[in-house]
Design a protein around this ligand. Structure first.
Ligand code: HEC
Ligand code: HEC
Length: 331
């Protein structure tokens, strides 16, 4: 393009104007680009998030290795078979996750969460150390315990190690801390009534009421629960449910997270160190209060929690009596 000779020529002016507009646009573009990154300067990064001694980056690898996204969504990605996990940590807290993940095939009951709070590290992470305070701080945990505690889930039990559980919780702590600008959205249900699932009669009953019911059904009213052998076994049966043992152990020979108890008593148990032990009173008692002392071959150590601070001697005794009463039976 050029101006014909002798004609008035405005081309230079037009070109300068076009360049000026382009310049202004470029400045606006750069300024907006910079501004769009300003927010993310305060965003959490996984390398800064730890749960106790476990890192969120390692947790992300475990999350991928087990293909959790094949069933769950997280930060907008994944599948819809299981619920979204992005903001779960804030809702249910670390003790609930500690209780849930090792035996994911079953929803944790209150006893299992209380047990986790006995662990100082977990209590520190949770910021509270009693179950009552925990349930107040993490209403998601309270709701899950009340409505589903003790029932089976649609998620399979996965063979996690202690380390993997800690790392997964670190990862979920990280995604919970992310600023997702309000995502996932809360459904707006003003004016609609979504009836809450009716709690099952057992779940609605506090643990003490169940224990009291057991006492009441003991042969001689007024005698302590564990006085007759039958009452002791009945007490043991209640205790293994209330304390979450049955999330990991079947009362048949079926393997869940741990070995089935059916026919266990008196049998010879192969141990991880190559030796073997007889499953007598002493072995089962030790398993309950000091599970890491002798680990069964073929299972991961550190998955079974210690119940030393939760169960007293009489309760351990009742559980042993109950396990002794379980004959070998197929599921
Ligand atoms: C085969 C599919 C499947 C896989 C794989 C799977 N989950 Fe799940 N998960 C589920 C389902 C289904 C539920 C909901 C269970 C129910 O409602 O009964 C669930 C529930 C959960 C919950 C409780 C959610 C809540 O809102 O209470 C957590 C936490 C969880 N899964 C974590 C994980 C993690 C971490 C992994 C990977 C290590 C994983 N899941 C792998 C299917 C799966
Ligand atoms: C989070 C899962 C989990 C919970 C909860 C749990 N256990 Fe275990 N338990 C295991 C695993 C895994 C093993 C096998 C590895 C080992 O020996 O530590 C096991 C092993 C055992 C054994 C030895 C079984 C055998 O075949 O020799 C006994 C007995 C036992 N548990 C009793 C209990 C009792 C009683 C409770 C509740 C007070 C309980 N467990 C709670 C996971 C669990």
């Amino acid at each position: 393009m050029s101006c014909a000779p002798g004609q008035p020529c405005a081309e230079g002016v037009k070109r300068r104007r076009a360049l000026a507009i382009l310049g202004v646009m470029a400045i606006i573009f750069i300024a907006l680009s910079v501004a769009s990154f300003l927010d993310s300067r305060g965003q959490v990064v996984p390398s800064n998030v730890r749960y106790a001694d476990f890192g969120a980056i390692e947790g992300k690898r475990i999350f991928q290795a087990y293909n959790c996204m094949g069933c769950h969504t997280i930060v907008g990605n994944g599948a819809y078979f299981g619920p979204d996990l992005t903001k779960l940590y804030d809702k249910v807290g670390p003790a609930w996750l500690e209780a849930f993940l090792p035996s994911a095939g079953s929803w944790p009951a209150a006893g299992a969460v209380r047990l986790q709070l006995q662990n100082k590290t977990v209590a520190t992470e949770a910021g509270v150390d009693t179950l009552e305070a925990y349930l107040e701080k993490y209403p998601g945990a309270a709701e899950r315990i009340q409505r589903r505690g003790g029932h089976s889930t649609l998620m399979p039990n996965l063979p996690f190690t202690r380390q993997e559980i800690g790392e997964l919780i670190a990862f979920l702590k990280y995604t919970s801390a992310m600023n997702t600008e309000g995502w996932p959205p809360k459904p707006k249900v003003d004016g609609l009534r979504f009836p809450q699932a009716t709690p099952l009669p057992v779940a609605a009953q506090p643990a003490t009421a169940t224990a009291a019911a057991t006492t009441a059904s003991a042969p001689a009213p007024g005698t302590p629960a564990a006085s007759s052998p039958a009452a002791k076994i009945a007490l043991g049966a209640t205790l293994v449910k209330d304390n979450g043992c049955t999330a990991c152990h079947a009362v048949t020979t079926q393997k869940l997270v741990g070995p089935g108890w059916g026919g266990l008593y008196g049998s010879t148990v192969k141990l991880a160190d190559g030796s073997s032990a007889t499953a007598d009173d002493a072995f089962i008692e030790e398993k309950i209060v000091k599970p890491e002392a002798r680990v069964v071959a073929g299972y991961t150590a550190g998955v079974m929690p210690s119940f030393a601070n939760v169960l007293d001697a009489a309760q351990v005794d009742a559980i042993v009596a109950y396990i002794r009463s379980l004959k070998e039976s197929k599921p």
